[in-house]
Each structure stands twice: as structure tokens, then as C-alpha cells.
Design a protein around this ligand. Structure first.
Ligand code: SAM
Ligand code: SF4
Length: 468
């Protein structure tokens, strides 16, 4: 008798990809695939790829070099390994992947991965004919209707924080970005389907839910009442589900922060006081060339409105340095917005020319050394702010969600409301609870704390409340 086949999924890039990787594993479990963390053991290897920057795409090709060796070693032992490339590189490059890496059996885009069982069956039949499969259509059916819910065991294995995709794709067409081309037009999922997915996650032990989308606050899904629901309304309904102790959403566009959503930051205690609101640049000329549809001034006004609603809100951002034509003075506008907003942390990137986007063919591309030097200066400014924010947490008491065993014996690692990792001496029985912690120390991006009270709701009573 043969055992279950082993599946190894490697996820690159954003949380949407991490979510899709889980859904692929859920989809393949009934087909007899069990997940493994060891690529050497796998019968099926899926690389779920990211195309956002050139470096991200090139990483996939070097990984395929290593996968080729695994595949050849397995073949010598008489074992067949199927190799699939999924995600945004699959969508953007299609059959080019097979030209560069002939060991790939199957290329599948982010909107077609629900067809994996069928595609894999075809790939196996194809082996004798040696032609590979490329599936990068935007199919008419909704892939979510074809994806099974994760089992309780799979959810438990993934921990106490869970992600739910509420919208996909983007219609904004920032001139640097491939997302509208690889993920397609903006589509929102119906509210009821999202609520059912959250209930399922909570029943599997999830305590913190993050609603995700490339442009999550553009959400406008069909509500059960037939009308279109915006994100604020959806968050209020998700928070009503017993067992949802904490809520987040990401990634937002500054232009879509409407009054109702801002009011939810004031009114909803479960909504964590932390928001990722990418500004990209502090210069109005660069923002316009990026087609960001917001200015520095109206971004700062949005920040003020958010902080009026939730004074302790911690903000994070994405930044791009060296967009075509960016001058030193314009770059300094980016440096100054870091201090003006006082971000608690941020991601920063050198501009990367993406084929097919307007930015790629703009004149005045910035030299690599200039981009590198600006990135260092920006990262130093971000780090200073992060250290100051972390230091300001010393002596505060706030709720920490205990997520996993800590680095040292007897320790647990949790997350603060502001998304910082917190190390606490605490028994394993507190895993999955939200518990008050007083911050006693900080290093770089981590906090240390001591228990300061009883759990808000313990894991057992939460599960009971959720009817699990
Ligand atoms: N939707 C989000 C928004 O509007 O800000 C961002 C989504 S994108 C997946 C994540 C980040 O990657 C962007 O915020 C941007 O900073 C960065 N990014 C996108 N395209 C890039 C490029 N061509 N070069 C460098 N960074 C890029
Ligand atoms: Fe890309 Fe975000 Fe701009 Fe959409 S809004 S094009 S996802 S950066």
C-alpha cells in the first residue's frame, strides 16, 4: 500500500500569497496530499511566487535550480516529483518559465489555482508526451466557490492568527506596480462567504483575524441584504462573531479611507490600533508621476482624521526610493514624512522596473548607487522612529495575544495591539489567550513584558462561545 503523497509549498511575497498557499494545501488534502516542511521528501513541489520586484522574480529561478537537483535525485531513485509554479510570476511569465526551467511541469496563475487537481492529473498523463501545462487564464468562475474550507486540524496547525481574503486585484494602476496585470481587476467577495470563513477559522482556534486584499479598503462586496457593503460594515459584522478577539485589515490605499471606516477605528474595540497605510513617497511630484491619486497634504489629513478617531493608532507604510526622475530634494520630502507621521515601522524598497508598467519606460531612471544610498538613509530614519516608538511602550500595559512558544524555555511569544512581537515568561496553557502584559524592556523590533492580569477570555470559553 502506498502512503499519502507529500506536498511542499514555498510561498514568496505578500500575505495574499501565504493565504493562497494554505488554500492550495486545503484543496489538495482530499486528493491525498499531506504537507511536508522538507522539499527533499515531496512528491509535489509548488513555488507560489511574487513578481512585485525583479529580485523577487529572480529568486524563483534560482530556487528552480535547486528543485531541479531534487527532482533529478528522486528520479534516480525511481520516484517522480511534479513541479508547479503558481502565483504572480506564473501569471506574468507563463511559458517563459518552462523555457528557462524545463523541469517545471505546470504553471498556474493566481486566479486558476482552484483547478490544480485537474491540472495535476493532466500533468501526470502528460509525462510521457513531455509537454507542460500553462494555465494563466482569468476564468469566469469564482475560484473561492471551488476551494474547500480548511479542516479544524489544518487551522489549528496554522496557529491562532488567521487571514481571510476579502477582495483581490486592483484598478488603481500605480505606474510602478504589476498587481493590476498579474492579479487582474478588483473583485470583492460576498460578505456572507467571508463571515462563514471567519466562523470556520474561529472554530479551528483562530483568535485574531486579518482581512486581506491588495486594496482591502476598496472592498464593496454584496451584503446579505442585497446592497454593497463597504469594509467598515464588514468589520463590524466580523467582530460580532463570538471568539474573534482581535481584528486587523491590510493593505489599504490612502484614497479609500472613508469616514465610516475611520469611525470603526473609534467604535470597535476589537479592531487593533495599528494600520498599514502606504504613502510610497513624500513628494507631490513623485506621487503624481506614480499615479497614486493622493497628495502629501491629503495623506497627512487622513492620518490626522484617523488619529482623532483613535489617538493611540500606530501607522506603518511602504516606501519606494529612486522612482524615475526622483531628485535629492524630492527624496528629502520622503525622509521628512517619516518624522512628520512618526511611523512605528515600515517597509522600504528600491524602485524596480517591471515590464509592462508605465514606470519601466519612463525617462530619467535613477542610478542603482543613488537608489542604494537613499534606501540606507531612509531605513535609518525608519529605524530611529521604530526604536522611539518601542521605547515609548515601556511601562505600558496592554493586551498581548500569545501566539507560540518563545525563544527561551518558559517563554511565549505574542503580538502587541501595535503588531510588535512581545516575549513573556508564561506557561504554555496561555497559548491562544489575549492577556494583559506590562512592557518591561525593548530591543530593536522586539518587546519584553510581564504578565499583568488574567486572560480576557480563555481559550476554552472562547471555543465554547463559538459553538466549536
Ligand atoms: N496595494 C498596496 C498599496 O497601494 O500601497 C501595495 C501593494 S504592493 C503588493 C506592496 C508594495 O510593494 C507597494 O506598496 C510598494 O511599496 C512595493 N512595490 C510595488 N511595485 C514596486 C516596484 N516596481 N518597485 C519597488 N517596490 C514596489
Ligand atoms: Fe499596486 Fe497598490 Fe497601486 Fe494597486 S494601489 S496598483 S496594488 S500599489
Amino acid at each position: 500500500m502506498t502512503g499519502p503523497r507529500k506536498l511542499y509549498v514555498k510561498s514568496y511575497g505578500c500575505q495574499m500569497n501565504a493565504y493562497d498557499s494554505h488554500r492550495m494545501a486545503d484543496l489538495l488534502a482530499p486528493e491525498g496530499y499531506m504537507e511536508t516542511a522538507e522539499p527533499e521528501d515531496a512528491d509535489l513541489i509548488i513555488l507560489n511566487t511574487c513578481h512585485i520586484r525583479e529580485k523577487a522574480a529572480e529568486k524563483v529561478y534560482s530556487e528552480l535550480g535547486r528543485v531541479r537537483q531534487l527532482k533529478e535525485a528522486a528520479a534516480q531513485g525511481g520516484r517522480r516529483v511534479t513541479v508547479a509554479v503558481a502565483g504572480c510570476v506564473a501569471q506574468a511569465e507563463g511559458s517563459e518559465i518552462i523555457r528557462r526551467a524545463p523541469i517545471v511541469d505546470l504553471v498556474v496563475g493566481p486566479q486558476s489555482y482552484h483547478r490544480l487537481p485537474d491540472l495535476l492529473a493532466r500533468a501526470e498523463q502528460n509525462e510521457r508526451r513531455k509537454d507542460q501545462i500553462v494555465e494563466t487564464e482569468f476564468p469566469p468562475e469564482d475560484k473561492f466557490d471551488h476551494l474547500p474550507a480548511p479542516t479544524k486540524a489544518a487551522t489549528r496547525a496554522r496557529g491562532v492568527t488567521g487571514f481571510v481574503t476579502v477582495q483581490e486585484g486592483c484598478d488603481k494602476f500605480c505606474t510602478f506596480c504589476v498587481v493590476p496585470y498579474t492579479r487582474g481587476a478588483e473583485v470583492s467577495r460576498p460578505a456572507e462567504k467571508i463571515l462563514a470563513e471567519v466562523r470556520n477559522l474561529v472554530a479551528g482556534g483562530v483568535r485574531e483575524v486579518t482581512l486581506i486584499g491588495q486594496n482591502v479598503n476598496a472592498y464593496h462586496g454584496a451584503g446579505p441584504d442585497g446592497g454593497a457593503w463597504k469594509l467598515g460594515r464588514l468589520l463590524l459584522r466580523v467582530a460580532d462573531i463570538p471568539g474573534v478577539l482581535r481584528l486587523r485589515y491590510t493593505t489599504s490605499h490612502p484614497g479609500d479611507m472613508d469616514d465610516d471606516l475611520i469611525a470603526v477605528h473609534r467604535d470597535l474595540p476589537q479592531l487593533a490600533p495599528q494600520l498599514h497605510l502606504p504613502v510610497q513617497s513624500g513628494s507631490d511630484r513623485v506621487l503624481q508621476a506614480m499615479n497614486r491619486r493622493h497628495t502629501r497634504a491629503n495623506y497627512l489629513r487622513t492620518v490626522d482624521r484617523l488619529r482623532a478617531a483613535r489617538p493611540d493608532l500606530a501607522l506603518t507604510s511602504d516606501f519606494i526610493v529612486g522612482f524615475p526622475g526622483e531628485t535629492e530634494a524630492e527624496f528629502r520630502d520622503t525622509l521628512s514624512i517619516v518624522d512628520e507621521v512618526g511611523y512605528s515601522d515600515s517597509f522600504s524598497f528600491k524602485y524596480s522596473q517591471r515590464p509592462g508598467t508605465p514606470g519601466a519606460t519612463m525617462a530619467d531612471q535613477v542610478a542603482e548607487e543613488v537608489k542604494t544610498e537613499r534606501l540606507h538613509r531612509l531605513q535609518a530614519a525608519i529605524k530611529r522612529r521604530q526604536l522611539a516608538f518601542n521605547a515609548s511602550c515601556r511601562g505600558l500595559t496592554f493586551d498581548v495575544l500569545m501566539e507560540k512558544p518563545g525563544r527561551d524555555a518558559g517563554q511565549l511569544t505574542g503580538r502587541s495591539p501595535y503588531l510588535q512581537p512581545v516575549q513573556v515568561m508564561a506557561p504554555a496553557s496561555l497559548l491562544g489567550t489575549l492577556i494583559p502584559v506590562t512592557i518591561t524592556g525593548t530591543i530593536s523590533n522586539s518587546l519584553f513584558g510581564a504578565l499583568a492580569g488574567a486572560p480576557r477570555i480563555d481559550a476554552e470559553s472562547t471555543l465554547a462561545a463559538a459553538g466549536a
